[in-house]
Design a protein around this ligand. Structure first.
Ligand code: COI
Length: 347
């Protein structure tokens, strides 16, 4: 493939599975002798690593997930890029990996997006998912922090991550992360360790799980691929307070700000699963939803706890739909960008 070729004309933007198709180009930069080298953009292709490369052995892999949207005026918006860069560096720090300079992350992704701009189509349900990641590449079997790394960015077309409201199960055996662990970092191991409980829950007919705190198994932490939020009585947005065992979700943060603007009372606090279940059983109106870059706002239909299923409020007037529309309006440029979240690209 040369610089100008693209596979896009062959791609079916209506029917595809998220994450199995990349766009045509990717970004690469290496870290050697204590510094990041210049990035380069190349056709998407396999990379070659020694079997001794440390990413295969001790889990030094960190990733991010952000999205580009085609705005109503035709510009491309990369939503909350700066926040994703900062969070990536917090994850890298926790995993003893070198931080990415702002210019490498920002300029690199902007240039890649410029070259791949045809993949950001104008469609209200479509976005181009951006997956930056860093892996340890030093060849060494001793347990240590690698001295060499590779930063890469790939892009993948995306529509809804979940197509219907979710049936979730509260996980009471396994835990995701304990205080002092690496739960707030977006490192591959957090996701790898979550797979077995999720597969078990799927076999029981659930779409996702809700994690509880590791110590008392009493307080809600987050869901498998997203933070978890509740709207109580149509007016109070409640979500677990952040800690080092919960991912500092950027969609979560955006929703908290938009909810305040919309007049919701916003509470970040410990949320006991018993509280949520009791409220539902007492006939209170409880909305539950997951929030994340991929998931955006994914409504939860039932919460199963200790074998009993509890139905949440999903009617069309639910506040979560209002928040979702508000978020979408900012990202597409239909509402003012009060917080400076939109990184615009003329392309
Ligand atoms: C994201 O929302 O970007 C994530 O990292 C979740 C992943 C499961 C797609």
């Amino acid at each position: 493939m040369n610089e100008t070729e693209t596979r896009k004309p062959d791609f079916d933007f209506e029917n595809f599975t998220f994450g199995v198709q990349s766009t045509d180009r990717m970004l690469l930069a290496a870290y050697q002798k204590g510094e990041w080298t210049e990035y380069r953009i190349a056709p998407v292709q396999s990379i070659s690593l020694s079997p001794l490369a440390m990413c295969f052995h001790y889990g030094q892999t960190v990733f991010e997930g952000l999205k580009a949207f085609r705005m109503t005026d035709g510009k491309i918006n990369i939503f909350r890029m700066e926040s994703h860069w900062k969070r990536m560096n917090r994850s890298l720090e926790r995993m003893a990996m070198p931080p990415l300079p702002r210019t490498l992350f920002m300029d690199g992704i902007l240039e890649l997006l410029k070259m791949e701009s045809d993949w950001v189509i104008d469609d209200p349900d479509y976005s181009l998912y951006i997956r930056p990641f860093v892996i340890a590449t030093e060849n060494k079997l001793g347990v240590d922090a690698s001295q060499e790394y590779l930063f890469m960015v790939v892009l993948s077309p995306m529509r809804a991550y979940y197509n219907k409201p979710l049936k979730v199960k509260v996980e009471t055996d396994y835990i995701r992360s304990a205080r002092g662990g690496a739960g707030a970092a977006k490192n591959g191991g957090n996701y790898g360790a979550s797979l077995l409980p999720q597969i078990n829950a799927k076999k029981e007919g659930f779409d996702q799980i809700i994690w509880l705190d590791a110590k008392e198994k009493k307080y809600i932490e987050e869901s498998g691929t997203m933070n978890i939020l509740f709207i109580l009585n149509g007016n109070t947005l409640v979500t677990p307070a952040l800690s080092d065992s919960i991912l500092d979700g950027i969609t979560r943060d955006s929703l908290l700000k938009l909810a305040s603007e919309e007049g919701f009372t916003v509470e970040e606090r410990q949320v006991a699963i018993e509280e949520i279940v009791e409220r539902i059983e007492n006939g209170e109106r409880v909305e539950a939803f997951g929030a994340g870059t991929a998931a955006v706002i994914s409504p939860i239909e039932t919460i199963s706890y200790k074998g009993k299923s509890h139905a949440t409020y999903l009617e069309p007037d639910a506040g979560m739909y209002r928040l979702k529309n508000k978020l979408s309006a900012v990202r597409k440029g239909m509402n003012p960008d009060t917080y400076g979240w939109n990184q615009l690209l003329d392309a």
